[in-house]
Design a binder for this molecule. Structure first.
Ligand SMILES: Cc1cc2nc3c(=O)[nH]c(=O)nc-3n(C[C@H](O)[C@H](O)[C@H](O)COP(=O)(O)OP(=O)(O)OC[C@H]3O[C@@H](n4cnc5c(N)ncnc54)[C@H](O)[C@@H]3O)c2cc1C
Length: 369
């Protein structure tokens, strides 16, 4: 009899986990079901930047996870045979206003690139060189180009991963589910018991684990971004701009430009797009792209990020229950850290072995009590 495995949540962690459960299960010993509600999903609303190396964050575990997470994309893209509509390694440009800050960052980048193959190469760019690479900019600051930086379209990425998983036999159920007190999953067809469960419900993990009497210490943060159409960058494969203290600008092929994102702690689970956020994001973008105007905005996307008290992601098994695995608290860099978490959780189920993940995460009991 096949071992029954459930994944709850179909964002970047859950979709990657479902894909790898099916991909690694070469002897077809697992019967895998993914439950996803979809509402508020951070992955679909995300800007899409995969470039953690020059972040100002100094948390060592986070950096190890983000660094390996960025490098992990090449394996995932090959294993799932994803195309350039889902993932593109076009490079990222990280800017600093002050000359000495830019010099310091360049030195840091040179040290890191020497032992980080995924960064590929780094190069100092003058303001003119930045404008040459991003033709819709009018007066950009100087910056550092990181060749290995990448971007994904979160919605397309998830759709492709889930269809690969379904081709491999995963059952996808678009519904919100809960645990009952004995650990069965309450589905629309009644309660169902699974031998292993991966819980990847983002900011909603608190509600998911409540019936099992666990308290999950994550809080929601609202994030909004704008999509624009820009005629100046029909050229394919443009790099991402990551300006200091302003909104990131992510050009996609075909003239789509994404500008984001807001970090609204007061917004919580609210999914309403606001004109204030739209105006702020457009204003930020116009700092370096004066020709942009409100009538180029084609849409506003809203999602909910999950934060822990120490802003660190966590994953591992539920305290006192090795059959339920969790991954969450990904905050603002979850597209970067999510896939490797999904892979490690899936692999541990296929291998019947919990991994030693201390270099990436504190114990889950720090976040779930
Ligand atoms: C505006 C914005 C911009 C961002 N930009 C970037 C970026 O550029 N780079 C980067 O690395 N990260 C970025 N992030 C962060 C990243 O998107 C998130 O950290 C990551 O997507 C979280 O993934 P997840 O799988 O944990 O959760 P989610 O993507 O939120 O997925 C959780 C899923 O679980 C479902 N669910 C919840 N409860 C249940 C239930 N009971 N039953 C069934 N389904 C349930 C939800 O509906 C949802 O579909 C951004 C986030 C936002 C909001």
């Amino acid at each position: 009899m096949a071992r029954k495995v459930a994944v709850i949540g179909g964002g970047i962690i859950g979709a990657t986990a479902a894909f790898y459960l099916s991909f690694l299960d070469s002897n077809h010993q697992l019967a895998i079901t993914l439950f996803d509600d979809g509402t508020g999903q951070a992955t679909k609303a995300a800007s899409g930047i995969i470039s953690p190396w020059l972040s100002k964050r100094r948390n060592k575990r986070w950096y190890a996870l983000a660094k390996d997470g960025a490098a992990f994309y090449s394996k995932l893209v090959a294993d799932a045979q994803l195309g350039s509509d889902a993932y593109q390694q076009t490079g990222t440009i990280v800017t600093r206003r002050a000359k000495d800050a830019l010099e310091a960052l360049y030195q840091e980048a040179q040290i890191k690139v020497a032992h980080t193959p995924a960064m590929q190469a780094v190069q100092m760019l003058s303001s003119q060189e930045v404008a040459q690479r991003l033709p819709f900019l009018t007066n950009p600051p100087a910056g550092i180009f990181v060749k290995g930086g990448a971007k994904i379209d979160g919605a397309v990425f998830i759709d492709h991963l889930l269809s690969r998983a379904q081709q491999n036999g995963v059952t996808l159920k678009r519904q919100r589910v809960t645990f009952d007190a004995r650990g069965a999953i309450e589905t629309t067809d009644g309660p169902e018991l699974f031998e292993n469960v991966i819980v990847a419900t983002g900011t909603w993990m608190k509600g998911t684990l409540e019936p099992l009497n666990y308290l999950v210490k994550v809080r929601p943060q609202k994030g909004q971004l704008i999509d624009l159409t820009v005629s100046e960058h029909q050229r394919a494969g443009l790099p991402v701009l990551m300006p200091e203290s302003l909104s990131d600008m992510i050009p996609f092929d075909g003239g789509k430009l994404v500008v984001g994102a807001t970090h609204e702690n007061d917004g919580g689970f609210d999914l309403q797009a606001t004109s204030a956020a739209e105006a702020t994001l457009l204003g930020n973008a116009k700092t370096f792209a004066k020709r942009l105007s409100a009538n180029q905005i084609t849409g506003v996307r809203v999602g909910t990020r999950a934060y822990t008290d120490d802003f660190a992601p966590f994953f591992g098994h539920l305290p006192n229950n090795p059959n339920i695995l969790l991954g969450g608290g990904l905050g603002s860099s979850g597209l970067t850290t999510g896939p490797i978490i999904g892979y490690l959780l899936a692999k541990s189920i296929v291998d019947h072995q919990l991994g030693d993940w201390q270099r990436y995460t504190k114990s889950v009991s720090q976040y779930v009590i």
